[in-house]
Design a protein around this ligand. Structure first.
Ligand SMILES: *Cc1c(COP(=O)(O)O)cnc(C)c1O
Length: 393
């Protein structure tokens, strides 16, 4: 197999990991098989004992899944990637593979809602405690670290307020305390941000979002080194079972091939819409890292190769105004998913953050007038006109 490690990211996204079968197929093959056949009893024994490498069973390895893993590992600059059945199982497998009862996690408070529940309601029952801190405040991370802390966990930029964390700075802090730094890179993808190169130890993906790019499949991935990911996280996965199906791996492979182009388009359209929203009288505040008004614009320019497809904004008039704008939109889909070719709109206060108390929402900066857009691949002016019609109504 060709080594693509010296090529640019867009080339690796199209080419890395493919191993053609004897049929000479140009596009990657899908291998929908649960098990693999051995030529003899002795070969079966050698495979099972590990003396001979090769496929045994698709919970352990599958050629289509392996191609996806090798391609994403190459794009993130990691030694190993393991694919999972969802983004959540990627986070679970990372924690279950690397932590044990008595260990402690320090996590950003501004993470995907289900990840918060996994930490506080599930891992807690297995003796793993989590302290939540403010994403951009390095002092609060340091203050929360204890002797038993093993892992720091974050997403940057955050959802929906696009707050950033300096990954390089946090990785220095993590390593000085013997902790692993785990970054959920779902919002940026390797096209816009490579956390491993900035000092992170593990990168997590919900492949469901931009890696798929067309809202079709649920999947996830963990990227890192041979020991932690290749041995420990993989060891949990092959035993516990939340692995990726070959069909989903194939859809994500096709998604990776267009990821660079799509991310550029998401970024340029989102920035255009964010800049335009800033000029609208009914809009009191716009959140997007590409805006000069963003408090961490300089960090975003240094740490990322683009500002992403998420734009949030606050409307005068609270929930009523937000809901009536959302209901007036003709193009944007009212759905919580993101990273799709189709633009989506959500009202965080009554959906993704609806289970928080009013005080928790206020602390998190989620006002009743806040709207989140995940800008898709439709024409930017059509999207802008859709919003303009809603704002003037
Ligand atoms: C969606 C999402 C997840 C969870 O991924 P699933 O594929 O839905 O399990 C985790 N992190 C972030 C940032 C997400 O947006």
């Amino acid at each position: 197999m060709t080594d693509y490690s010296e090529y640019e990211l867009a080339t690796r996204a199209v080419r890395a990991g493919q191993q053609r079968s004897d049929e000479g197929e140009h596009s990657e093959a899908i291998y929908p098989t649960s098990s693999f056949v051995f030529s003899s009893a002795a070969e079966a024994a050698a495979r099972f004992s590990g003396d001979q490498p090769g496929n045994i069973y698709s919970r352990f390895t599958n050629p289509t899944v392996r191609t996806f893993e090798e391609r994403l590992a190459s794009m993130e600059g990691g030694q190993r990637c393991v694919a999972t059945s969802s983004g959540m199982s990627a986070i679970l497998a990372t924690c279950a593979g690397l932590l044990e009862a008595g260990d402690h996690i320090v996590s950003s408070r501004s993470i995907f809602g289900t990840t918060t529940l996994l930490f506080s309601n599930v891992l807690s029952r297995f003796g793993i405690e989590t302290t939540f801190v403010s994403l951009s405040d390095i002092n609060s991370w340091e203050a929360a670290i204890r002797p038993e802390t093993r892992m720091l966990f974050l997403e940057t930029p955050s959802n929906p307020l696009t707050e950033l964390c300096d990954i390089k700075q946090l990785s220095a802090l993590a390593h000085s305390h013997g902790c692993l730094l785990v970054v959920d890179n779902c919002f940026c993808t390797p096209v816009l941000q490579q956390p491993l190169a900035l000092g992170a130890d593990i990168v997590i993906h919900s492949a469901t979002k931009y890696l798929d790019g067309q809202g079709r499949c649920i999947g996830g991935a963990v990227v890192g080194d041979d020991e932690r990911v290749g041995r420990d996280v993989y060891g949990f996965l092959r035993t516990a079972g939340p692995t990726m199906s070959p069909f989903n791996a194939w859809v994500f492979l096709k998604g990776l091939e267009t990821l660079s182009l799509r991310m550029q388009a998401h970024c340029s359209s989102a920035l255009g819409i964010a800049q335009w929203l800033e000029t609208q009288a009914a809009v009191t505040r716009v959140y997007h890292p590409g805006l000069a008004s963003h408090p961490q614009h300089e960090l975003a320019s240094r740490q990322q190769q683009g500002y992403g497809g998420i734009v949030s904004f606050e409307l005068q008039g609270g929930q009523q105004a937000a809901w009536s704008l959302i209901d007036s939109l003709q193009i944007f889909s009212i759905t919580a998913n993101l990273g799709d070719a189709k633009s989506t709109v959500t009202h965080p206060a009554t959906t993704t953050h609806g289970r928080l108390t009013a005080e928790q929402r206020e602390e998190a900066g989620i006002s009743d007038g806040l709207i989140r857009l995940a800008v898709g691949l439709e024409d930017t002016h059509d999207l802008q006109n859709d919003l303009a019609a809603g704002l003037s109504a």
